[in-house]
Design a protein. Structure first.
Length: 138
């Protein structure tokens, strides 16, 4: 199935080590960084950026030139980035607390699948990781 997630999310093989936790992470599309950080016009963005997925690390994005963006640099303190770690779908603002029954879970899941098929998602800019959340919706 071709969907907006496949079309919008950059699939890079580049990786780099987070300067804080020392773990290896994949690169991320610059569009994601631009849409996630507060006041991007005030920042100098250069090189490739990488997404630190460690919930215990304050770094969210970093590059190999030594620039880092922390949780406090984001527009919103989004999930995967700490206290809202129960977010399920960033494009359509679905959180774990929204799922109060198996029926509702399936209804939401089907809604997200349909919107994704219709190219209505925006994972590359809404999700801090830049990845489609559909695979995580279990």
């Amino acid at each position: 199935m071709t969907d907006c997630c496949d079309q919008n999310v950059s699939r890079s093989e580049k990786t780099a080590i987070c300067p804080v936790n020392g773990q290896l992470y994949p690169s991320i599309d610059i569009r994601t960084v631009l849409h996630q950080i507060a006041r991007p016009w005030q920042k100098s963005l250069e090189g490739d950026y990488f997404f630190c997925a460690d919930l215990n690390c304050d770094v969210v994005y970093f590059n190999q030139q030594g620039q880092t963006f922390h949780r406090s640099d984001l527009r919103k303190n989004r999930a995967q980035i700490s206290d809202l770690a129960e977010s399920i779908c960033y494009c359509f603002d679905v959180a774990a607390e929204d799922i109060t029954s198996e029926k509702l879970k399936e209804d939401i899941r089907q809604f997200i699948i349909e919107q994704t098929r219709n190219n209505m998602c925006a994972c590359s800019v809404q999700n801090p990781s830049g990845k489609c959340c559909l695979k995580d919706f279990k």
